[in-house]
Design a protein around this ligand. Structure first.
Ligand code: FPP
Length: 303
């Protein structure tokens, strides 16, 4: 189903980023002979190292909730649009997909930080219904990355009491990924710690249409009367049924859009946009976002 990415093996050269450089060559010189074909997913192997990510002293000091954050006014639910992976990689002279790999580290750290600081739910936009339009090798890389991360992190999520849920049209995902998703959701379903939702093949408009179709079918069968359709009935047909709406949406890389993410659920979310690219989003950045959130006057349409 997926393409293979060709590149010329430069076995003798051990550069700073190893295979990342060679894969970069492949993008400008693709589809070489079949003897040196490489699946983009092989760039996931631990031997293809990214430059080490180290915690700064400032970040290490942020293991605990910072003193200037009011514990009683924390957002219950934080949502993130993890934008800028491609640009981050480009700035490092790496193929775009390496930005996604580093993006996973940033997401893991944010999840842990939310847990450490007392945020109850985190939702991340991992793959939109529109992302299928990306180059095939990038789509394949992302699918393989999701699967690999799930397989590798499940044990730790259990230890850390994380309850993971996926939202979106999951039926369209590769079956091996669907299996990992199902396994991770089943195994963590009774965990009582942070609720971690991953939006994958997710589109807000599609979610609303899906709910409309389901309700229309109930009306047609005489199970629901049109005037019984209210917000609470509608919400029960969304992927996110049973979860509270995000209080805070963080978007990285400076773009000021919500890109078809949680359209219904974000009616009253506070928006925070930072120019930082997602792989560089760290505890210090999250601290800034929370400071900004706590200065907001949330009126929900009232005075
Ligand atoms: C947007 O950056 C990022 C994505 C489409 C993918 C985000 C996915 C991850 C960080 C992996 C998450 C993994 C799990 C298991 C949940 P971009 O590529 O649009 O960046 P650009 O705007 O600079 O091109």
């Amino acid at each position: 189903m997926f393409h293979y990415l060709g590149y010329q093996e430069a076995a003798t050269r051990e550069s700073r980023v190893g295979i990342c450089d060679r894969a970069l060559e492949a993008r400008t010189n693709p589809f070489k002979t079949s003897s040196n074909l490489i699946r983009p997913s092989t760039l996931l192997s631990p031997k293809h190292r990214l430059p080490q990510k180290t915690m700064t002293a400032k970040q290490t000091a942020l293991q605990e909730l910072p003193a200037d954050i009011n514990r009683d006014r924390l957002p219950n639910h934080v949502a993130v649009i993890m934008d800028g992976n491609g640009r981050w990689a480009k700035r490092q002279g790496l193929p775009r997909i390496m930005g996604h790999r580093r993006g996973v580290d940033a997401l893991k750290d944010l999840l842990r930080c939310c847990r450490d600081w007392g945020v109850q739910a985190l939702t991340a936009y991992a793959f939109s219904t529109e992302n299928w339009g990306r180059p095939l090798e990038e789509v394949e890389f992302l699918m393989t990355l999701f699967e690999r991360v799930l397989r590798q992190e499940l044990r730790e999520m259990m230890q850390e009491n994380v309850r993971i849920k996926f939202v979106g049209n999951l039926d369209a995902l590769p079956s091996t990924l669907q299996n990992e998703i199902e396994r991770s959701m089943l195994e963590t379903q009774n965990n009582q710690g942070i609720r971690f939702t991953v939006a994958t093949n997710y589109g807000g408009r599609q979610e609303i249409l899906k709910a409309c179709r389901a309700i229309a079918a109930q009306v047609q069968q005489g199970l629901v009367k049109p005037d019984e359709i209210d917000e609470s009935l509608f919400e029960r047909h969304l992927y996110t049924a049973g979860t509270c709406d995000p209080d805070l949406l963080i978007r990285t890389s400076g773009e000021m859009r919500i890109s078809n993410f949680l359209l219904w659920q974000m009616a009253y979310s506070e928006l925070y946009v930072t120019n930082t690219l997602w792989p560089d989003f760290d505890r210090h950045e999250f601290h800034q976002a929370l400071m900004s959130y706590q200065q907001r006057d949330r009126r929900f349409g009232r005075v």
